[in-house]
Write a protein that binds this ligand. Structure first.
Ligand code: ZN
Ligand code: ZN
Ligand code: ZN
Ligand code: ZN
Ligand code: ZN
Ligand code: ZN
Ligand code: ZN
Ligand code: ZN
Length: 386
């Protein structure tokens, strides 16, 4: 990361040292400007905000008598992050996706302040994607097989007279849930909100009972309280606080038209669960009921191929719809004032970290101050859409 801004001697050196960089839209990591992909999470940097020296730094005095040398920033111990990841796995096992996700986002934030963070990165992102799947899915039992995954399977069979009849094969994998017993539907936003609110309460209670301290939406162990620098604080806030409030950071939520399944009933005329039933009248003609029943013609609906369902027009079969507020990114737009960093150059020392031959009291030598617009999370506030 490019944190060398505050140790420079003159404006000439400053512009050389602060190379341009790109803030990853997904994880908030500061990447070198020449990278195409985020070196932390692998996200494409094509649309990322480019931050240049001219945009972010105010003029620095030519002569600063002494170079500010802040102590090496505190790094988070590996054991702390490993314990967080353990919590993620346990809450996933307990099918509490939201609490798992909150722990995972915190692990991701803390991992950015760890010296050995790189080697843990892939694991963190894999867990995060598991958590995201877990919170989106309904996990409801399949109504056809009652959650067993096994069911008599319906089959079409053509009789000698050319009529299609339906046969049932015993104990086959349930076609609706493909044998999993669970529906793969996506939760509607109202359900997601309810679940998250409950989880946030449980999660905060767990944190405070362990005496952890909140930094924006992140939590740190008590021994790190007030020991983190401004840049570190901003990294924690950026990683945990970029969420789009409208979709709770998921970007997509279950389509309400199809109940989050991606499919609606087939609208072909006469189609009932994929079968078109036609009464063949007049045949035989003696009025015998049992005889007539044999002459009811059942054929597979050509429109849905016998499934009885068609792709939901609202979500084009995707089961979920993109959030209108964030366009599906799950994140708020970057704060213009600080270009997404969460901090700006300290006004008192103009970024040098020194003021009148002493460490600048206002930034404690860091040369930066928390952005007054976004308060450190690097994101603009959503326009209220309630
Ligand atoms: Zn940095
Ligand atoms: Zn990234
Ligand atoms: Zn089923
Ligand atoms: Zn739909
Ligand atoms: Zn049909
Ligand atoms: Zn959104
Ligand atoms: Zn300062
Ligand atoms: Zn800002």
């Amino acid at each position: 990361m490019l944190c060398a801004v505050f140790v420079c001697l003159s404006s000439v050196v400053v512009s050389a040292v602060i190379a341009d960089w790109l803030i990853c839209g997904k994880c908030g990591y500061e990447n070198d400007a020449d990278g195409k992909f985020c070196s932390h999470c692998g996200e494409s940097l094509a649309g990322a905000q480019e931050i240049s020296a001219e945009q972010t730094s105010e003029p620095v005095p030519d002569v600063i008598s002494e170079v500010a040398k802040p102590e090496a920033p505190l790094s988070i111990e590996p054991g702390v992050i490993e314990a967080e990841l353990q919590e993620v796995s346990e809450f996933l096992k307990k099918r509490n996706g939201w609490v798992a996700k909150l722990f995972c986002e915190n692990a991701m934030a803390l991992n950015m302040l760890a010296e050995d963070g790189e080697q843990r990165w892939e694991r963190v992102l894999k867990l995060l994607s598991d958590c995201e799947k877990a919170v989106r899915r309904t996990g409801k039992a399949c109504p056809d097989c009652g959650g067993t995954g096994r069911l008599g399977r319906k089959m079409d069979s053509v009789t000698t007279s050319g009529t299609t009849v339906e046969m049932t094969l015993p104990d086959a994998a349930c076609p609706r849930c493909r044998g999993s017993g669970r529906m793969v539907g996506v939760n509607a936003l109202s359900v997601i909100k309810e679940q998250r609110n409950a989880a946030v309460k449980d999660y905060a209670l767990l944190r405070t009972s362990r005496r952890w301290v909140s930094v924006g939406r992140a939590w740190v162990p008590p021994e790190y309280d007030r020991k983190l620098g401004i840049r570190q604080t901003c990294i924690l806030k950026r990683t945990t606080g970029a969420m789009c409030e409208a979709c709770l950071g998921l970007g997509r939520s279950g389509c309400t038209a199809c109940n989050g399944t991606g499919a609606v009933k087939c609208d072909e005329e006469g189609c009932e669960d994929g079968i078109i039933v036609k009464q063949v009248a007049g045949l035989g003609g003696d009025g015998d009921q049992a005889w007539r029943k044999e002459h009811v013609m059942r054929s597979k609906c050509p429109a849905c191929g016998g499934k009885g369902l068609q792709a939901c027009p609202d979500c084009v079969g995707r089961a979920s719809v993109a959030c209108e507020t964030c366009g599906g990114t799950g994140m708020r737009v970057i704060c213009r004032k600080c270009d997404g960093q969460g901090f700006a150059t300290c006004r008192k020392c103009a970024g040098s970290g020194r003021y009148r031959d002493r460490e600048c009291a206002s930034c404690r030598g860091e040369g930066v101050a928390i952005c007054s617009t976004c308060l450190g999370d690097g994101r603009a506030t959503d326009k209220k859409r309630n």
